[in-house]
Design a protein around this ligand. Structure first.
Ligand SMILES: [Zn+2]
Length: 177
C-alpha cells in the first residue's frame, strides 16, 4: 500500500481516537482495511463505557471486520492503530491472521510490538505480520498527551480527600487502549 493510503487510513484512526477522547476514553483508534483498500472495521477505546477490559480499539475493529466479512481469518487485511498494540491486541492480531500492522506512536510502557516484546514478528508463532510504525506518530502521540494532561488538571481541581471516598485513580501512565 502506498504511503498516501497509509496516512489516509491513519487519519481515520486518529478521528476515532478523538471520538474516544471526547467520550472520556483513552484516545486510541483503529481501522481494519481489506486488500482492496476498503475499511471493513473500525474501533476506538470503549473500556470506560462498557467497563470492559477487552474494550481496546484494535479488538473492537477486529471484531467488527470479522462480522462484516463473515470470517474470523482476516487474511489480506491491514490494521491501522494510533498506538503500538499491547500484548492482548498483538495476540489478537496474530490469531486473526491479519497480514499487516501499521501503528503511529510507540508505547514504551505497554507496547508488545517492539517495545516490551515483539509478538507480531515472533518466529515461534504460526503467523507473523509485516509491521510499519511511526505513521503520523506525532499526531498520534499528541492526542494522548493532551488527554492525559487535561485529566491530570481535572484531578487536581477536584477537592482532595472527601471523607469515606476512595483515593482517585491516577493511572495516567496507562495509555493502553
Ligand atoms: Zn490493546
Amino acid at each position: 500500500m502506498s504511503d498516501d493510503l497509509d496516512a489516509h487510513m491513519m487519519q481515520r484512526a486518529l478521528a476515532l481516537a478523538a471520538e474516544a477522547a471526547a467520550a472520556g476514553e483513552v484516545p486510541v483508534g483503529a481501522v481494519v482495511v481489506d486488500e482492496g483498500g476498503v475499511i471493513v472495521g473500525e474501533g476506538r477505546n470503549t473500556r470506560e463505557r462498557e467497563q470492559d477490559p477487552l474494550g481496546h480499539a484494535e479488538l473492537v475493529a477486529i471484531a467488527a471486520a470479522a462480522r462484516r466479512l463473515g470470517r474470523w481469518r482476516l487474511s489480506g487485511c491491514t490494521l491501522y492503530v494510533t498506538l503500538e498494540p499491547c500484548f492482548m491486541c498483538a495476540g489478537a492480531l496474530v490469531n486473526a491472521r491479519v497480514d499487516r500492522l501499521v501503528f503511529g506512536a510507540i508505547d514504551p510502557k505497554a507496547g508488545a510490538v517492539g517495545s516490551l516484546a515483539d509478538v507480531c514478528r515472533d518466529a515461534r508463532l504460526n503467523h507473523r505480520l509485516s509491521v510499519d510504525s511511526g505513521v503520523l506518530a506525532d499526531d498520534c502521540g499528541a492526542v494522548l498527551r493532551s488527554f492525559f494532561r487535561a485529566r491530570r488538571a481535572a484531578t487536581k481541581s477536584v477537592p482532595q480527600s472527601v471523607p469515606g471516598d476512595l483515593p482517585a485513580g491516577r493511572d495516567d501512565g496507562d495509555a493502553s487502549a
